[in-house]
Design a protein around this ligand. Structure first.
Ligand SMILES: [Ca+2]
Length: 595
């Protein structure tokens, strides 16, 4: 059960300029066990870096880098220009960032659904290990996240935007700048006891039927606040004190676009005026879909809805517009970094939580393992350390935690489970791992649905539906299910395919105890349904995060001397005659604390 946040003590303050309280080095240089990723792979913590000296050693720069981690929601990698040069989506800022980044061409999410994917990403642990079963699952507050690791090293860990936490709304972030867009409670529990009941909060056809422009939407309200708060954080950060005295930050900016509903401001819709919006490449008759896709069509209320090409084009056009909106936001964030003179010393990471089918194969949204749903963009930009290049091996957003650890010269704590594998070898152009695993127990499935992507092969298995196997190299559109040909149709296939398939089947049996997992999911669902039905009675106490914003301590107030205040608020700092002084007026010089 998640803690009652109202009863938790406030986070202890960390001494500014910090890091001194951390027993630096206790985590360094230790190899860790990588339970759970399975199969052949390189191990993490292989001594490939010298984190004890810091990755920056030898660059003549002793300052630890800041980290800006930008996330989008439901952004399908295969649709982006950086992965598909013929893409119609206009993303100039993202393209420019990609050209200065290590770009991962086969990055996967650990679960094709919001909260499970994010909970796994922040902890480096697969969903079944942490109980991240669906969009209403709370993970325990004692599971270390990348925010804990960085904060322990003296980083100011800041979250602006969506993370879809249930219960504890911080999980190691020292500062949270906005509330979440999604509820932090048990309202959206899946119910495998009644698999045929379509729950009220499930996706439906309205996103597609109502696609078009808007002046404003819930999501625009949200992302505009996220953008205001996160850029303001950067402006505040550079005015905190001289550069060498400021604590490094890890700012996570998590936007809700281009998630459906498919609606966006005219400005972004108009970017695609006159563009003959591409229709989905693959169309499959409902009757010919695999069992999980059939169920998804019913769960999302799409089974009885036929969309015209015009409707599909409108939905895709609005999505394209929303991606361009995200691109604009990325441009603004990077421009703010530059204007605040933070760009040289900030690692930029860009990724997402899962994709969107956008009509491919007749499917919409996510919740399956086809490329558009499960493959995410992943960029790491810091040319000072990492020469821009492309990486084709399979990696996961699970890998972000150990990678962030390498950025700050530590390793995940020895003796604790860790499924993520540091991306450092890939970032440095050496041989790295080539496996991504994903797990799914959310709406649409009725038993655990798992994926292993290794090399060219994508293997999917589920006790209720059987297995699928695709060769992404010869069959990028995933039209030829080799497992079906082998098992159902009894066709003779290549010896290699047979061997690969059997090895995956064996690996799945060794990796997952499906009976135990199913039982755990059912028990978790039932507990949460019961607790939620009680919590809705009487006076409702929200677990949603309420950010602190004290208007009495901002702008011009009588208890703050005016000249000091104006000088302190101006960046870059100037002298009496308006000449830049090259240093900042620190907060402590002015009377922000009530003198
Ligand atoms: Ca999501």
């Amino acid at each position: 059960m998640p803690p009652d946040l109202n009863s938790l003590p406030a986070s202890p303050a960390i001494v500014p300029g910090g890091g001194g309280h951390v027993e630096n080095g206790t985590l360094n240089g230790n190899n860790i066990t990588n339970g759970g990723r399975g199969g052949p792979r390189t191990s993490n913590g292989n001594g490939s870096s010298s984190p004890a000296q810091g990755l920056g050693a030898g660059t003549g720069n002793n300052k630890r880098p800041n980290i800006l981690y930008i996330m989008a929601d439901q952004l399908a990698a295969p649709l982006l220009k950086m992965y598909n040069p013929s893409s119609q989506i206009k993303t100039p800022n993202l393209d420019k960032l990609a050209s200065k980044s290590v770009q991962f061409d086969s990055a996967y999410c650990p679960s094709p659904l919001c909260a499970p994917s994010r909970m796994s990403m922040i902890t480096g642990l697969l969903p079944m290990k942490i109980g991240a079963f669906d969009n209403a699952a709370a993970i325990s507050s004692d599971i270390p996240t990348y925010a804990h690791y960085l904060r322990r090293e003296g980083y100011h860990t800041v979250l602006a935007g969506k993370m879809h936490f249930v219960g504890d709304q911080l999980h190691g972030y020292e500062t949270r700048l906005t509330s979440d867009i999604y509820p932090g409670d048990f309202g959206w529990v899946v119910n495998w006891d009644e698999p045929d009941t379509r729950l009220e909060w499930y996706h439906n056809a309205s996103s597609i039927l109502q696609a078009g422009t808007c002046v404003r939407s819930n999501q625009l309200d949200y992302d505009e606040e996220v953008m205001y708060r996160s850029t303001q954080f950067l402006y505040d950060h550079v005015r905190e004190g001289p550069e060498d005295e400021r604590r490094p930050f890890c700012l996570t900016v998590s936007l809700t676009h281009p998630h459906d509903p498919y609606t966006i401001e005219e400005k972004y819709w108009d970017l695609y005026e006159g563009v003959d919006i591409e229709l989905p490449k693959v169309r499959i008759r409902k009757e010919d879909q695999d069992p999980h896709s059939k169920r998804l069509l019913k769960v999302c209320d799409l089974w009885d809805n036929e969309f015209s090409d015009e409707q599909i084009r409108r939905a895709r056009r609005a999505y394209y517009g929303a991606v361009s909106y995200v691109d604009d936001c990325i441009g603004k964030l990077l421009d703010t970094l530059r204007r605040c003179r933070l760009d040289e010393n900030t690692i930029v990471v860009f990724s997402g939580d899962h994709g969107d089918m956008l009509g491919e194969r007749g499917l919409w949204y996510k919740m399956n393992y086809f490329e558009s749903s499960v493959r995410v963009p992943l960029l790491v930009s810091y040319p000072r350390w990492f020469e821009p290049r492309r990486v084709k091996e399979n990696v996961s957003t699970l890998d972000i935690l150990p990678t962030m650890c390498d950025f700050v010269g530590v390793k995940p704590f020895p003796g604790l489970p860790m499924d993520g594998i540091s991306l450092l070898p890939h970032l440095e152009g050496r041989q790295g791992h080539d496996t991504a695993i994903a797990e799914y127990t959310g709406e649409g499935t009725i038993s655990p649905l798992m994926m292993i992507k290794r090399g060219r092969w994508k293997y999917i298995t589920c006790p209720a539906d059987g297995s699928q196997l695709y060769d992404l190299e010869s069959d990028p559109l995933e039209l030829n299910d080799l497992a079906k040909r082998l098992v159902d149709d009894g066709e003779a296939v290549d010896d290699e395919v047979q061997t690969v398939f059997e090895a995956f089947e064996e690996e799945a049996r060794a990796t997952w105890d499906f009976e135990r997992i199913t039982k755990e999911v059912l028990i978790s669902q039932r507990k949460r349904r019961l607790v939620w039905s009680a919590l809705k009675k009487g006076r409702f106490t929200s677990w949603d995060y309420n950010p602190i914003d004290d208007g009495r301590e901002k702008y011009i107030r009588s208890h703050i001397p005016l000249d000091d205040l104006e000088r302190r608020a101006r960046y870059p700092a100037v002298d009496t005659y308006g000449r830049e002084t090259g240093s900042v007026i620190t907060v402590d010089q002015a009377g922000s604390h009530g003198e």
